[in-house]
Design a protein around this ligand. Structure first.
Ligand SMILES: Cc1cc2nc3c(=O)[nH]c(=O)nc-3n(C[C@H](O)[C@H](O)[C@H](O)COP(=O)(O)OP(=O)(O)OC[C@H]3O[C@@H](n4cnc5c(N)ncnc54)[C@H](O)[C@@H]3O)c2cc1C
Length: 512
């Protein structure tokens, strides 16, 4: 017997599942989200939220809440054998959020869940997915809880059930990759230490690495690699910190202390018939560089609008399938980068340290290299297959459209393009000389449920391009830009005729 029918069942209410739930709620798609835990997590694994994720949060209307509770960091210091050597600068990143945001994962999850509740949905807690029955056009999900068992019928089941994904096991999917031999220690602590609480600090030493993140004015998080799976006591923390930083530290209270192993693994395919995997269930990587949670959130944001097109508007399944191509490409990229970064951080050969220090010093002084490293950490460099390979070309198809500010005609106030996004494709039309644009406007107006039309010229309403500033910055006098609901540039043309745009959209919209 089926107890409930929904379009989408989301299994797992970590950051990945919650982001997808919030996205689907905003599109009015019917879904259920369950988690086997009876209460929200109080686990603060991830603390680093990257600039690209804040851009996503801006489109989901939770960025202000996150930034209001978080600490933002513009600089990272690198030390070798106790000597300050180099600085990574996030402040020069091209984004409205040129900093790394530090917030405990449970607080990020709480903000997402509150927003979800605000849309009239809640997480069904204390329910575990135990098995799936697959049919060509639906899936039956069998759930168990202390109270009662239920069967949910869904068109799609999304596995956002974390690194030990039960769905992955149910489908017998290999999780290929490697596990590092070394363990890492993580501790959140109140400590007196004479280093800046406004910046991150990474100490390289012949005993291993030590990363220090300021969480509040008096609390820091430290992580560091250990030589082996050795047991490690709280008492040894101070020694580890002092030996690697060459500084004195006074630990007042250790709030959370844990050892963890580092894995770099992913499944071969993120889609299996009607089951879609995302977040840690699909890929896990070393926490070095703070990428895992951010990648899961981006997976969800990539899939959400595609499910809207497919389930609400009737776009073909290949729209949903593009999630697999795009996000597998990104996950592979993240795995490679974090693998190299982890290997570098774990290097303890004394003979290599001076070379690492010299490299860090020279490279970070070159603005372009500094920019490339921080862009990568910020997840702003990520692009989807098909983007132009011409370096320095910022406004190019398949890449994140740079956040721009536009001016409201009525009050002259500036607003970000992501802040006015309403979930549809944003169509920027430069130049409002509509004489030869009638056919373009006819096409867009006929498909209003898909397009948010934003005409931008010196005289346009409700937004205008004072002095043609925007047109100049994009090197486009007139033309059309289409930004996908997830902020990537889909289409660019330098005229106002509709045919090329219609051809691009044919791949995404339902056939009339
Ligand atoms: C020490 C450490 C530090 C990290 N730091 C960072 C960082 O700074 N930045 C960053 O981006 N990432 C970081 N990460 C990674 C980050 O924590 C994960 O990538 C993130 O939690 C993945 O989110 P998720 O929603 O995919 O999975 P999870 O957070 O694991 O959530 C999965 C959920 O599914 C539920 N579930 C599982 N099975 C079932 C079932 N059968 N039925 C119902 N529910 C089920 C679980 O209860 C859980 O709530 C760190 C990880 C570690 C270990």
């Amino acid at each position: 017997m089926v107890d409930k029918q929904v379009d989408v069942l989301i299994v797992g209410a970590g950051p990945t599942g919650l982001t997808l739930a919030l996205t689907l709620a905003r599109y009015g798609i019917s879904f259920e989200i369950i988690d086997r835990k009876t209460t929200p997590s109080n686990n603060s694994r991830a603390i680093g939220i990257q600039p690209r994720t804040i851009e996503v949060f801006s489109r989901l209307d939770v960025a202000k809440e996150v930034l209001g509770r978080a600490r933002t960091i513009e600089k990272g210091n690198l030390y070798f054998s106790g000597q300050w050597t180099a600085k990574l600068e996030f402040s020069r990143l091209v984004t409205p959020y040129p900093f790394v945001t530090l917030l405990r994962q449970n607080e990020t999850e709480a903000i997402l869940e509150d927003a979800l509740n605000g849309h009239g949905h809640s997480v069904q807690r204390g329910e575990s997915l135990v098995s799936l029955t697959h049919y060509p056009s639906r899936v039956l999900a069998h759930l168990e809880s202390d109270a009662s068992n239920r069967t949910i019928e869904a068109k799609y089941v999304v596995g956002a059930d974390g690194a030990n994904s039960s769905i992955r096991r149910m489908l017998a999917l290999p999780f290929s990759g490697k596990s590092f031999k070394e363990s890492w220690v993580l501790a959140d602590m109140k400590a007196k230490w004479n280093i800046s609480r406004e910046e991150v600090h990474i100490f390289f030493s012949d005993r291993g690495v030590l990363e220090v993140f300021p969480l509040t004015d008096d609390t820091i998080r430290i992580t560091g690699n250990l030589a082996s799976d050795e047991s490690f006591s709280e008492a040894e923390l101070r020694k580890l910190i002092e030996q690697r930083s060459h500084m004195d530290v006074e630990i007042d209270e250790v709030e959370w202390f844990s050892l963890f192993r580092v894995h770099n693994r992913m499944v071969d395919s993120f889609i299996h018939n009607r089951v879609i995997l995302m977040g840690d269930a699909a890929h896990i990587n070393s926490p070095v560089g703070g990428q895992g949670m951010n990648t899961g959130i981006a997976d969800s944001f990539n899939l959400g609008w595609k499910l809207w097109l497919h389930l609400k508007a009737g776009s073909p399944f290949h729209v949903v399938a593009s999630y697999r191509d795009e996000r597998e490409h990104v996950a592979r990229n993240v795995l490679q980068t974090t693998n190299v970064a982890t290997e570098v951080l774990q290097t303890t050969l004394p003979v290599l340290l001076p070379f690492q220090a010299l490299g860090a010093d020279v490279f970070t002084r070159v603005n372009l290299v500094n920019q490339k490293i921080t862009e990568r950490i910020a997840q702003l460099h990520l692009s989807y297959p098909g983007h132009s390979r011409i370096p320095f070309l910022r406004v190019t198809k398949g890449k994140i459209f740079p956040e721009i500010e536009i001016i409201r005609t009525d009050d002259g106030l500036r607003t970000k393009i992501s802040e006015i996004a309403d979930g549809r494709f944003q169509v920027l039309i430069l130049d409002d000389d509509k004489r030869d644009a009638t056919a373009l406007y006819d096409y867009l107006n006929d498909h209003q449920s898909f397009f948010q039309i934003i005409t931008l010229s010196k005289t346009s309403r409700p937004f205008f391009d004072q002095g043609n500033e925007l047109a100049k910055s994009l090197f486009m006098k007139r033309g059309v830009l289409v930004i996908r609901p997830d902020g990537y540039l889909l289409h660019k043309q330098r005229h106002l005729r509709p045919e090329a745009l219609q051809a691009t959209m044919a791949a995404w919209l339902p056939t009339p």
